[in-house]
Design a protein around this ligand. Structure first.
Ligand SMILES: NC(=O)NCCC(=O)O
Ligand SMILES: [Zn+2]
Ligand SMILES: [Zn+2]
Length: 484
């Protein structure tokens, strides 16, 4: 059964051209003008045909802070597809002491409900021989990126020595190291002081995690990754201090990528001063929203290329779940939603304002993710042979964001009331039309696990350099090489 998308303009990270796209067996089978007919025809007049979005940072049905994030692999991936995102990368999160393969099996169970393709990053939440050993098996199963939490002291946080050991292991395995970069010791210290002084509301969450704690941790992670010789991906980069560290490292030739979130780009810290406790608590996430100066820095980084990806960190909690933190902000579950809104919000505030070109939009929402995480050009491309994960994007279609109309299971939306211009006319998941002009035609269980490849070109370059510059003894006449 074939499908042809006609009359549209293809937009990829590096070209823009008018052509039709033929899809067969879930893959792109032909690209050209006036392709021969047959099968389903989709009219893309006035639209752009782009690689579907890939969100590299979601937490679906994640056990966290005494509860579970409210969107599971069904509602979460429906939300993704509604907004033009055709793949998510979630985090498999071993409990302290739990084996990596055990955690992976749990995540594979949850994801059987996915409506779109998915992969995982593995989290390193503790360190020991079992973790060291199982990292190889995890990579062999196509999970090549490993996240380290430098915050959440007492639960997920790992220390510098553990992080260094894990980074070194990853360097040998050809993987990508990832960090949640906030100084967890300082956050714990400042939070305790704020509570003692009577600052118990959600605004104190932002006071407890100033840009300095993120800048310090980002710098530290970069230095440790440099020593270990591993590429580093910094999740939810929210401030100039962290961006500056990434920018500097990249200018010095280090392989480091920064990932701002759509929330940090478009919402600011005044949200925490809202007199409605629920309003402020619903926006509690780590790192917190920042002021305009930091937002401008993130936008500049995307157009300059010092920041590489826009994600959501979709980790949605209901108002009832947030209310557990009434009277103690440290108990408010950290996380916000955004899966359905990432592409429309970025198009509206990025492409329509001239901050991003359409091609840069594709790069930061899809192609860069596929390249960094080892699945390009199967994903993130409009090319013959690639999976037909596509969005037919209508740049003039509008809506006002409203929780009442969203796919996510939660009862609010942090972008409520914002008008977006630019929405999917059609979304295709491996060739299946899952969004048809506003109508959801998703199928629970349609999504497949995507195994990714380790030892990407960046890893190979790093290991070549490592071999070239490895410590080696200097031969000296009359001095034996081995000790006596
Ligand atoms: N970001 C956040 O507040 N919650 C999700 C977990 C994490 O990524 O830190
Ligand atoms: Zn995080
Ligand atoms: Zn996260």
């Amino acid at each position: 059964m074939s499908t042809i998308i006609r009359n549209g303009t293809i937009v990829t990270h590096d070209l823009t051209c008018k052509a039709d796209v033929r899809i067969e067996g879930g893959r792109i089978a032909g690209i050209g003008q006036g392709l021969a007919g047959g099968g389903t025809e989709l009219d893309a007049t006035g639209c752009y045909i782009m690689p579907g979005g890939i969100d590299p940072h979601t937490h679906l049905e994640m056990p966290f802070m005494g509860t579970y994030s409210a969107d599971d692999f069904d509602s979460g991936t429906r939300a993704a597809l509604a907004g033009g995102t055709t793949m998510v990368i979630d985090f498999a999160l071993p409990a302290p002491g739990q084996g990596l393969l055990d955690a992976l099996a749990m995540w594979h169970n949850k994801s059987t409900r996915a409506n779109c393709d998915y992969s995982y990053h593995m989290a390193v939440t503790w360190w020991g021989e079992q973790v060291f050993d199982e990292m190889q098996a995890v990579v062999d199963r196509g999970i090549t990126s490993f996240k380290h939490f430098m915050a959440y002291k007492g639960s997920l946080m790992v220390n510098d020595d553990e992080m260094f050991a894990s980074f070194r292991r990853l360097s040998g395995l050809g993987g990508v190291a990832m960090v949640h970069a906030e100084n967890g010791d300082l956050v714990a210290e400042v939070s305790a002081r704020l509570l003692r002084e009577g600052n118990t509301g959600p605004e104190a969450h932002a006071y407890s995690r100033p840009p300095e704690v993120e800048g310090e941790a980002t710098n530290r992670a970069i230095m440790i990754a440099g020593m270990a010789g591993v590429p580093l991906y910094v999740v939810h980069t929210s401030c100039e201090q962290a961006h500056e560290a990434i920018r500097r490292a990249r200018q010095a030739g280090q392989r480091v990528w920064g990932e701002p979130l759509i929330q940090h780009l478009t919402l600011d810290d005044s949200e925490y001063l809202n007199p409605d406790w629920d309003h402020a608590a619903r926006r509690v996430m780590s790192p917190p929203f920042r002021d305009r100066r930091h937002q401008d820095s993130l936008w500049a980084g995307l157009s300059a290329g010092s920041l590489s990806v826009v994600a959501t960190d979709h980790c949605a909690f209901t108002t009832a779940q947030k209310r557990v933190g009434l009277g103690d902000f440290t108990r408010i579950p950290n996380g916000t939603g955004g899966l359905e809104d990432r592409l429309p919000m970025l198009w509206t505030h990025g492409v329509r304002t001239g901050r991003l070109t359409m091609n840069e939009f594709v790069a930061v929402t899809s192609t860069n993710v596929a390249k960094i995480f080892g699945m390009y050009p199967r994903k993130g491309a409009v090319a013959v042979g690639a999976d037909a994960d596509l969005v037919v994007w209508d740049p003039e279609k509008r809506k006002v964001i409203s929780a009442g109309a969203q796919q996510s299971a939660i009862d609010y939306n942090v972008f409520e009331g914002q008008e977006v211009i630019g929405l999917p006319r059609f979304t295709l998941s491996r060739g299946k039309v899952v969004v048809h002009d506003g109508e959801m035609r998703t199928e629970e269980g349609h999504g497949r696990f995507v195994a990714r490849e380790a030892n990407q070109p960046v890893n190979r370059a790093l290991s070549t350099w490592r071999a070239l510059t490895a410590p080696r003894p200097v031969a000296r006449a009359g001095i034996p090489a081995t000790g006596v």
